[in-house]
Ligand binder design. Structure first.
Ligand code: AHR
Length: 489
């Protein structure tokens, strides 16, 4: 039995809704086939898939990062504007060497954000782009006055400037974005970001390329040399069951040990964030600079028979639990972590949605992100509990994880049980508040390998969870490998 105490009156700060952000790259079938189709037999609005838009609206995606990823530092925005048939094509050298026809560009991206109600977050090109190219893109998108670039935007069909809140100055510039040393990138960041001018009323939130995993030295140099010039700094950490990029393991064919190893790697996020936060606190004790985990999620070997450059993988309860564990970690660091973008939206890595022609399915990760979306912009509440332990051999992970928040007089409590074999009785005491039960949803699977397929798209879907609420005490039984979200009002 797990005893959980929720101290309703002790607020720990706001959970920034952007922690529930998404990432869409020109990679494999994320954009083409996933978001964007030029096939009239698939219902769409201006080529953006209607089924996908409807599903994403339910998620309440707060912010969407685009166009990469590694693709961003190879992308030249001018190729993606104007008459589609005249747009130059290029080879997507990072991802499978396929032809990119640039039919999805700036206008189409803002249209997608508009259709799903997400704030755009654009990542600019530092690795192979010029300062002028970056400054011109900003002017093209956001300048309201008369200028050749603003007029060109108007000629391309967009009269009013777009509102662009978030802009990334390069991606993984220590790797695919230019193989730079932190000192060199820090100088480039200062230079490029100077020309990311704010033409509108709101200033653009400038995000510096941050560290890979636990490269604390990168964060140290960037914070020392450039923190005065940035609004946020990024962090990339992917969960690999083996911890090894050469052989990452399979998204469906895995054993018990792989299950626990994956979850163990997922909770490493906590220590990684703490390491970077400690350095950031030295240079920025007032916590003005946000930590933006703009790539995270599980990463396995590609599905057999698919293009190795397309990073297509399936999704099981293991992924949903890795997601809830990670989101709870972000909640607990919400004094510094102000945005996170799971990789990626559709058909790539830990996706929310998979498509095949006109068919679409929602993954277990989609369901958990949807179930948890009432945490967005809510006040995190202090809770006491012992997470316990489970696992196999020397692979030990927390057995349960719980998080609670309050917004608009509703309390959201999310929780998971990582054990493959043992249920957990949860005894949750809600102190100093009188709530009634509003809803309770459970996500679980009969077998750890279960997944949603195009033949059986609803194998894993949320179900109603039986819960007792008596005098401020909640009793819940969490089955093995499950996650639940309870709402009280
Ligand atoms: O998400 C896939 C890739 O992972 C991104 O393009 C890159 O930034 C990271 O290495």
């Amino acid at each position: 039995m797990a005893k959980v105490i929720i101290n309703s009156t002790r607020k720990r700060g706001k959970i920034n809704k952007n922690i529930y952000g998404q990432f869409a790259e020109h990679l494999g079938r994320c954009i083409y086939g996933g978001v964007y189709v030029e096939d009239e037999s698939i219902p769409n609005i201006r080529c953006i898939r209607t089924d996908v838009v409807e599903a994403l609206k339910q998620l309440k995606v707060p912010v969407l990062r685009w166009p990469g990823g590694c693709f961003a530092d190879d992308y030249h925005w001018r190729d993606g504007i104007g008459e589609k048939s005249k747009r130059p094509y290029m080879v997507n050298t990072n991802w499978g060497g396929v032809v990119e026809n640039n039919h999805f560009g700036t206008h189409e991206f803002f249209d997608l954000c508009d259709q799903i109600g997400a704030e755009p977050y654009i990542c600019g090109n530092v690795g192979s782009g010029t300062v002028q190219e970056m400054r011109d893109w900003i002017e093209y998108m956001t300048f309201d006055g008369a200028s050749p670039l603003a007029d060109e935007r108007r000629a391309n069909g967009r009269e009013k400037p777009w509102k662009l809140k978030y802009f990334g100055v390069g991606n993984e510039n220590w790797g695919c974005g230019g193989g730079m040393r932190p000192e060199y990138y820090a100088d480039l960041f200062r230079r490029y970001s100077t020309f990311v001018r704010s033409y509108g009323d709101e200033s653009i939130y400038k995000i510096a390329c941050g560290a890979n995993v636990d490269d604390n030295e990168w964060t140290n140099v960037l914070m020392r040399e450039a923190s005065r010039h940035m609004s946020g700094i990024s962090l990339h950490y992917y969960t690999l069951p083996t911890g090894d990029f050469q052989n990452k393991g399979d998204s469906l064919m895995f054993d018990e040990q792989d299950w626990y190893k994956t979850l163990k790697e997922a909770v490493r996020m906590d220590a990684i964030i703490s390491g970077h936060c400690a350095i950031m606190d030295r240079y920025d004790p007032e916590r003005k600079v946000g930590l933006i985990v703009d790539e995270w999620g599980t990463w396995y070997n590609v599905m057999p028979g698919t293009n190795p450059g397309f990073l297509y993988q399936q999704n099981t309860m293991r992924d949903a639990i890795a997601a809830i564990l990670t989101l709870h970690i972000f909640h607990n660091h919400s004094d510094r972590v102000v945005m996170a973008n799971i990789a990626q939206l559709i058909n790539v890595l830990q996706s929310m949605i998979l498509t095949e022609g006109e068919k679409m399915l929602l993954t277990p990760t989609y369901h958990i992100m949807r179930m948890m979306n009432t945490h967005q912009d809510a006040e995190l509440i202090d809770i006491d509990y012992n997470s316990g332990k489970t696992g196999t051999g020397d692979v030990i992970v927390p057995k349960i994880s719980v998080s609670a928040s309050v917004k608009d007089s509703a309390m959201t409590i999310s929780m998971c049980n990582t054990s493959l074999t043992e249920a957990e009785e949860m005894d949750i005491e809600i102190r100093d508040s009188l709530y009634s039960l509003a809803s309770a949803e459970l996500l679980t699977a009969g077998d750890m390998h279960d997944c949603n397929t195009f033949d059986e798209p609803e194998k894993i879907i949320p179900k109603k969870l039986g819960v007792q609420l008596n005098g401020g005490k909640l009793s819940v039984k969490l089955p093995p490998m499950s996650a639940a979200v309870i709402t009280l009002r």
